[in-house]
Write a protein that binds this ligand. Structure first.
Ligand SMILES: [Zn+2]
Length: 267
């Protein structure tokens, strides 16, 4: 039996108002699919997939009917699995790309990254000229208004989009089922766990009274309810306590300096 290729998956949410375009590499070296998502809401495309998915993104854009046509694209952050297709949207379709002030320079530069990330997401991030946006984004038919919320931590430039009337939050990688907790100076992605915590708390406060909040993640589905945010924060608080306990214990056992930190990170 031939194993079906896992490349593109399209899912509709919220009475078809939100289209999720998911992409994963079919590289046989991958142990399981790594998904990334773009969302299309009333002509606004949130993120643009990975460099390896650009042909599939092109086909997707061509397949859209006139009511679905993309009017503009917003890039939440400059990791290759979010900004990878932006250059074809701009160059081949003339779709304007918007992003935060911090992300502009990074998008302009493009990016190369280690081989293990190339395996999942394709060879490299091509440069793209984006425009800064720092005010709410109104969608094509004026149905939706997305407010911008800076959620640094996973990446310093990450901005989430929030539609208060609909109780929607498009957060990209700012809320993840399990934080990868990539610590250490040698890691090529620097997540800052204390900033992630602060951003989660901002996200919790932002849609005050929205208990039916839907959190649209990139590749990890749609999470329902604000209490998910508190759960994530508790996870980090517990981790914080554990780190201090370990620290004390290891000090008592005679460890200190870099060696002590290394053991904690490993744990
Ligand atoms: Zn990311």
């Amino acid at each position: 039996m031939k194993i079906p290729k896992l490349v593109v998956r399209i899912t509709y949410h919220c009475n078809n108002e939100v289209l999720e375009w998911m992409w994963s590499s079919d590289n046989p070296l991958m142990p399981y699919p790594y998904w990334t998502s773009c969302y299309l809401v009333d002509g606004l495309l949130i993120d643009s997939g990975a460099p390896g998915g650009e042909n599939d993104l092109r086909e997707f854009v061509k397949s859209l009917n006139h009511t679905q046509l993309i009017e503009k694209c917003f890039i939440t952050h400059t990791h290759e699995d979010h900004a990878g297709g932006a250059h074809i949207l701009d160059n081949e379709f003339g779709i304007p790309i918007y992003t935060s002030k911090k992300a502009i320079v990074l998008l302009k530069k493009g990016n190369t990254y280690p081989e293990y990330r190339q395996m999942a997401w394709g060879p490299k991030l091509l440069p793209v000229h984006a425009k800064i946006i720092d005010e709410p984004i109104i969608t094509k038919s004026k149905k939706y208004k997305f407010e911008l919320l800076s959620m640094e931590g996973h990446a310093p430039e990450l901005v989430a989009l929030i539609e208060k009337n609909q109780q929607w939050a498009f957060v990209a990688d700012a809320v993840e089922p399990k934080y990868k907790m990539i610590f250490g100076r040698n890691s090529d992605i620097q997540e800052d766990i204390s900033l992630i915590y602060q951003s989660l708390s901002k996200l919790y406060e932002f849609p005050d009274g929205m208990d039916n909040l839907l959190i649209f993640s990139a590749g990890n589905g749609v999470l329902q309810g604000r209490e998910i945010i508190t759960k994530k924060m508790e996870e980090i608080e517990n981790l914080h306590v554990k780190v201090h306990e370990s620290h004390k214990k290891l000090q008592k056992e005679g460890y200190s300096g870099k060696k002590l930190i290394r053991i904690i990170i490993k744990k």
